[in-house]
Ligand binder design. Structure first.
Ligand code: ATP
Length: 453
């Protein structure tokens, strides 16, 4: 394992990432013209492409590459009893304190304990209120009457949609334990403190996989899923010295968990959770049995119809938090020569919003038309961009900053011999390639891609 740095010495800062994200159309503040909406963000043309590719990479890993995992897309609105059964109504709370003087609001577990003990605001020194429990679930009403009978919640995690469907999936898809169900979708939490850009938001997306196992095999499967999830980030090309494990201590464990590890990433603000791997035991299915009155036992037909409530190993990653990680991980500033710097996003080509940009050296003499023809051909297989304005060096820099791994430049020689320049984002190396071979060459380059910095 690579030696891990104590703190972040990268060139990426949250200010630079936030400003680049806006400038290049990755992420905008929600409702910006009204002063912005706290805890909500909009994904622009580049951001939605990046988010879709991160989701696709995870989906492929979890479903296509695992014969024993199937997908699901459950509704955000669920029967309110779900959240009583899951324990969220009772337990999904954060400790909250307010400053009576400056009105700042804090999570009591995120400020120094002496401030809580002395009831002293860490920002202005004013008096703090008593700590009170605050439930993070968003509540709304279904139907026209706004009474307690019509209360419904926006799901705070996608997992419960999987649990309530686990028997449906066994029946419709003839699944046998051990097997998994994967889901990507929105989740909502009324977070007390939202800061650090899209790291912690009130509306976000999760990529969760619930793996159903026989009790007694859970510890083994828990270790196996920890290994698999670590290997996944390695395959994605993430800087491995920026990842580490954090095991939950007894006071951190969620009400349902027997054991839990977070994969933490070294973000610009320090080490923070990226994904959790949890042994949720038979808690959730046991509670749904109790609350719904339905039998949630698995019947093992290969083993004398043995019945049991499966244990669940969960891998739970934030999609939007993964996007922030990918942006921070890719960010680099490089001295090209003398005092010439470039900003470059070193995305894996499978994640880059644009895979290849086609650039005619000049607009005139038929070069633009030739470049458009080449783009049209590449479009079938790749996300492309086209740019004909400004000096070629400046256009390369624009693509570097957007994280485009390949540029194809069409020049006068292209008209003569049908070759084009293929330029690589990371090394800035340029080679000549016959245009007829471009699509295949790109495929090979993507497959063989290794991050060099
Ligand atoms: P935290 O301790 O940071 O509040 P958590 O331990 O409650 O997070 P989980 O419930 O395990 O988080 O959620 C699984 C994953 O969902 C997290 O690892 C994270 O990537 C993502 N996630 C959770 N809450 C948020 C949020 N408010 N905004 C963005 N992503 C989130």
């Amino acid at each position: 394992m690579a030696e891990q740095p104590e703190q972040n010495m990268d060139k990426a800062t949250m200010e630079k990432i936030t400003s680049l994200a806006k400038r290049r159309g990755f992420v905008y503040q929600s409702s910006e013209i009204y002063g912005g909406q706290n805890g909500a963000w909009d994904y622009g043309p580049m951001g939605i492409e990046l988010k879709n590719r991160i989701a696709a990479a995870w989906w492929k890993e979890m479903t296509q590459l695992h014969d024993d995992i199937v997908g699901l897309d459950a509704a955000i609105l669920m029967h309110p009893r779900t959240w009583e059964a899951s324990g969220h109504v009772e337990n999904f709370t954060d400790p909250l304190v307010d400053c009576k003087k400056c009105k700042a609001r804090f999570r009591a577990d995120q400020i120094p304990p002496e401030n809580i003990a002395e009831k002293k605001c860490p920002e202005c020194g004013g008096e703090l209120t008593d700590t009170r429990k605050f439930n993070l679930m968003f509540k709304t009403h279904i139907g026209p009457a706004e009474d307690t009978a019509s209360i419904i919640y926006l799901r705070p995690e996608t997992a419960q949609g999987i649990y309530v469907n686990y028997k449906n999936i066994i029946q419709s898809n003839r699944m046998k334990i051990p097997f998994g169900i994967a889901q990507i979708g929105k989740a909502f939490r009324n977070e007390i403190v939202t800061k650090n850009f899209i790291f912690r938001t009130c509306e976000f997306e999760q990529m969760e996989m619930q793996y159903f196992v026989k009790p007694g095999t859970d510890v083994e499967w828990f270790d196996e899923w920890r290994k698999r999830r670590w290997a996944y980030y390695e395959k994605l090309g993430v800087k491995m010295d920026h990842l580490r494990w954090h095991q939950h201590g007894p006071d951190e464990l969620a009400h349902y968990a027997k054991d839990a590890y977070d994969i933490e990433y070294l973000f610009p603000m320090g080490w923070r959770e990226l994904e959790g791997v949890h042994n949720r035991t038979d808690y959730d299915l046991g509670r749904h049995t109790q609350y719904s009155g339905k039998d949630m036992q698995y019947i093992d037909q290969d083993n004398n119809n043995e019945r049991y409530i499966p244990y669940i190993i969960e891998t739970s990653a934030g999609l939007t938090r993964n996007l922030l990680m990918v942006l921070c991980d890719a960010y680099d500033e490089e001295l090209v020569d003398a005092d010439d710097w470039r900003t470059v996003l070193r995305f894996h080509p499978n994640l880059a919003p644009v895979t290849v940009a086609v650039l005619p050296l000049m607009k005139k003499d038929g070069l633009a038309e030739l470049a458009q023809d080449i783009r049209k051909e590449l479009k079938e297989d790749y996300a492309t961009d086209y740019d004909q304005s400004g000096a070629i060096g400046r256009r390369y820099r624009r693509q570097d900053e957007a994280g485009t791994p390949f540029c194809v430049t069409v020049d006068y020689q292209s008209k003569e011999d049908g070759t084009v320049t293929l330029r690589f984002r990371d090394s800035m190396e340029q080679i000549r390639v016959p245009k007829a071979e471009l699509a295949l060459r790109l495929k090979q380059e993507i497959k063989a891609y290794k991050r060099i910095k």
